[in-house]
Design a protein around this ligand. Sequence first.
Ligand code: ADP
Length: 198
Amino acid sequence: MQIVKDNGPITGEHIADRLKLTRATLRPDLAILTMAGYLDARPRVGYFYTGKTGAQLLTENLNKIYVREYQSMPVVVNESISVYDAIVTVFLEDVGTLYVVDEHSHLVGVLSRKDLLRASIGKQELSALPVNIIMTRMPNITYCEKDDLLIEVAKKLIDKQIDSMPVVKSTDQGLEVTGRITKTNITKAFVALVEGEL
Ligand code: ADP
């Protein structure tokens, strides 16, 4: 990078000469630096230094990650099921949040672990209490779409102090739940970014 910084644009051949290496030995390293955005290459001109810092490159890459690449399967329940059955579903499906839909499969509510715990410390009969009494309901649900940027979703999760949000497809009749984004999905994207798997 120093050689390119001082002498760019410079051909791969000339960089190799200075390092007393063959062009073939150097090729993978130059490819990595170019892919990572530190260097740029122009045919017949050579390599030059882009001047971008690690933080700038990280931002550029973050702005290329979309919900559709990291979303997972939503776990959806009907609004008429009982709190008892919702708790069983949380264990069976191994998720923290359930999305509640009406008879037309449109999003009507969200049930978090704490919502279910809160209902459980009351004196109600849990198998007779429908989830639509205790859920967070529309229009107070924060949701996203598959073509949204993951970083925007991450900001919303922090801002609203929630663990997840449904990914929806908007139709004339209502919102269809097609996926979910949780803090785990965002952590996975964060790790992939550092490991250069994007
Ligand atoms: P927990 O309560 O288990 O810590 P959350 O922090 O996700 O989980 O939920 C906090 C509260 O916010 C709950 O009452 C829940 O119903 C509500 N909530 C969770 N996700 C959303 C969402 N996407 N939109 C609106 N409200 C939500």
